[in-house]
Design a protein around this ligand. Sequence first.
Ligand SMILES: CC(=O)N[C@H]1[C@@H](OP(=O)(O)OP(=O)(O)OC[C@H]2O[C@@H](n3ccc(=O)[nH]c3=O)[C@H](O)[C@@H]2O)O[C@H](CO)[C@@H](O)[C@@H]1O[C@H](C)C(=O)N[C@@H](C)C(=O)N[C@H](CCC(=O)O)C(=O)O
Ligand SMILES: Nc1ncnc2c1ncn2[C@@H]1O[C@H](COP(=O)(O)OP(=O)(O)OP(=O)(O)O)[C@@H](O)[C@H]1O
Ligand SMILES: N[C@H](CCC[C@H](N)C(=O)O)C(=O)O
Ligand SMILES: [Mg+2]
Length: 482
Amino acid sequence: MLADVTVLNQHGATDVPVQALTLDSRQAAPGFVFFALRGAATDGHHFISNAVQQGVSVIICESLPATLEPGTTYVQVPDSAEAMAHMAAAFYGHPSRSLQLIGVTGTNGKTTCATLLHKLLRELGYHTGLLSTVQNQIDEEVIPATHTTPDAIRLNELLARMVKAGCTHACMEVSSHAVVQHRTTALRFAGGIFTNLTHDHLDYHGTFDNYLKAKKGFFDQLPKSAFALTNADDKRGLVMLQNTAARRETYSLRGAATFRGKLLENAVHGLYLEVDGREVQFRLIGVFNAYNLLAVYGAAVLLGEDSSEVLTVLSGLLSAPGRFEPIVSPKTRVTGIIDYAHTPDALENVLDTIADIRQPSQQVITVVGCGGNRDAGKRPVMANLACQGSDRVVLTADNPRFEDPLAILTEMQAGVKAQDLAKVVTIPDRREAIRTAVLLAGPGDIVLVAGKGHETYQEVKGVRAEFDDKKVLKEMFEQLGK
Ligand SMILES: CC(=O)N[C@H]1[C@@H](OP(=O)(O)OP(=O)(O)OC[C@H]2O[C@@H](n3ccc(=O)[nH]c3=O)[C@H](O)[C@@H]2O)O[C@H](CO)[C@@H](O)[C@@H]1O[C@H](C)C(=O)N[C@@H](C)C(=O)N[C@H](CCC(=O)O)C(=O)O
Ligand SMILES: Nc1ncnc2c1ncn2[C@@H]1O[C@H](COP(=O)(O)OP(=O)(O)OP(=O)(O)O)[C@@H](O)[C@H]1O
Ligand SMILES: N[C@H](CCC[C@H](N)C(=O)O)C(=O)O
Ligand SMILES: [Mg+2]
């Protein structure tokens, strides 16, 4: 890559003092390096002159502007995002090299696995960082997250803060967007975990094959020193490791694998599993969580931890916020479940879990919507799955973003089969939808509020208004005397 770099207006970019890095001209200031990135909505190259006006020292770009300002260094590279990843890692002193960094990728389960591994390592006595959809953490210090995987600059900055705080380990989610946009390029991972691959984000990746390649790209980049731990029961589990240089390891609930689990019981009070020959009761609910637990167990053992100690700690852990989080109404014992299921596979898993643990007398009422400016293909599928697994369904808005919430609901309704029409109501206002579901619930029934989990906002036309499914549900229980 370096052979292709062209430096103009200075004798060498290394002589230019640099105070900070940015990918956004609006944040640029004297002493900054500005990276011109080609994005999905616009092209950072259009903002080079703005960045120069704001006094940046260095511009990293793929094509040079027609006029070069004296006093500014221009570095032309084949791929600005890739160059940014390498420069960000170097600028922050390659923090990933001072950590046992574990990356988790897959369609569902990343937050759950990364959070569980973080909690486990904390309990085992390590100073540990976490980068996740819900929040970033340095030990117990919480730093709000804007992305599942931050951009390369923010990512390296956060890892450097972890190193400075004395962390020896860090757990992070690696989204498919992150791989494609080189957010994790130039990090040194000690291990990678694959959870599963199902339908999501086809709006961004175009085809399922591209989506698969993005996830696989993470394992292709792992070094020989790392482990690559995959779900052998997932259709794409082994493909992920096909070209990795890392040590290949597997986990399975069904057959031969490095880490074997057997489902003994999936009950309302938790999972009872046999793990590597030992029977253990866990507090997490649902078969999908049996996979998450096995993955985390395997990763910890591969990091050199004692398997018995790992199981003891894991058995006491609760899941990540907004992941199958139960809230029981005080009077009529309605069980509310808040879950971040926003993909067809996640919704199906959650409803299957509810089917496994419910009593025949309990009705299931599901509140669900689909996000705007995201994969539209999942909308009818999710509405249909909600109908298959529930007695009543309230279709509502998720985060409409820049789309018309009614148009999203029309696309969802298209997935409702004629015989299910009678069980569906459509209420665009999410608060009213939750209220209706609670009204429909008789004593002991189950209300699943899917899609937004831990989120504390609803995003409409670029504005995030306060909205918390958990709070609203509790409020409705109280208001309606449930
Ligand atoms: C689709 C996507 O991933 N978008 C990310 C991408 O933005 P973009 O490609 O749209 O950028 P753009 O608006 O076209 O701008 C191009 C460049 O011009 C720059 N610019 C723009 C305007 C200006 O005045 N000056 C300027 O310099 C921008 O800073 C950017 O560098 O690069 C930005 C900077 O890193 C990200 O903030 C942005 O995330 C947006 C907000 C987003 O919603 N991303 C989601 C889809 C995402 O990444 N999700 C995954 C999780 C998915 C999962 O669940 O698995 C995640 O890791 O969070
Ligand atoms: N291993 C799993 N397999 C399938 N579904 C799962 C699994 N783990 C969790 N889920 C379901 O998916 C939802 C999202 O889980 P989680 O937040 O852990 O996934 P994620 O991969 O981090 O999602 P995102 O891509 O949005 O960050 C959960 O609320 C649950 O419904
Ligand atoms: N990380 C996912 C989160 C989706 C959450 C859901 N509530 C929605 O808004 O679609 C995304 O950015 O696509
Ligand atoms: Mg996540």
